[in-house]
Design a protein. Sequence first.
Length: 296
Amino acid sequence: MSKYVNPYTDFGFKKLFREEASKDLLIDFLNTFLPEKHRIERLEFRNTEQLGPSEADRKAIFDIFCEAENGEKFIVEMQNAKQHYFKDRALFYTAYPIREQGIRGEEWQFKLQAIYFVGILGFEYDEREERRKFLRDVMLKDQDGDVFYDKLRFIFLQMPLFTKTEAELETHRDKWLYFLKNLSCFDHIPTILREPVFERAFETAEIAQMNTNEQVCYEASLKTYRDNYAVMETARTEGWDKGRAEGEAVGKIEGIIKGKIEGKIEVARNLKKLGVDKKMIAQGTGLSIEEIERLE
């Protein structure tokens, strides 16, 4: 097993950035992408499960949802598997913190706090070679390219396109991206990352420092990650990109994914019987606490 967690797993990502003890790591990471006037000094985690206005409306479950002391809100998502409508999903997710800012009564004048969506992607959504960019920093602009509204911002990081080596790292942002891209491959802390914030991050990510329950949940999360990766590789190598019948391919992959979901449920059920904390089970399997509570 690797010395450090894989940050692309649900458990590993939240271990690094979603715990109170590692909140300073999240602040430091986010600040590398924010303009000076929006830099975070303190933040609070918010409920990651967002409900619609009625029982019938779809809910959203974020990986990380937090709020800075000035009221600005941040959604941070780690997404490994390619989705056709990931940009649509990102926009849909931002609708929740927009809507919740509405104040009842006649005095509210529709002033909103800034909302940031940060997507860390384990895939490339840019199909055409000439449009491939590692970083997409998106705001609403007018027909002349001038910023029209700067309080809704999307930051997409296509991690496969980050290829800098240790010798090529120039900025603090570069170092964070290099850390995330290679964490599970490190067996020691590289010299260039010998800074207090990264030493804290390595300490947080070290598997040997976890208790037994955390290690069990990480193993479950790692298995889910590997299974999902195998599904996508199977789809790719068996001819999705070579013109196979779309319906046949989709049906096959949906069947595999259904099996993986059932496997996650079984893992969660067994962990629950062992008395493992529900929040830890959720981190390890990707299921919501509500789904875990319903398991018999």
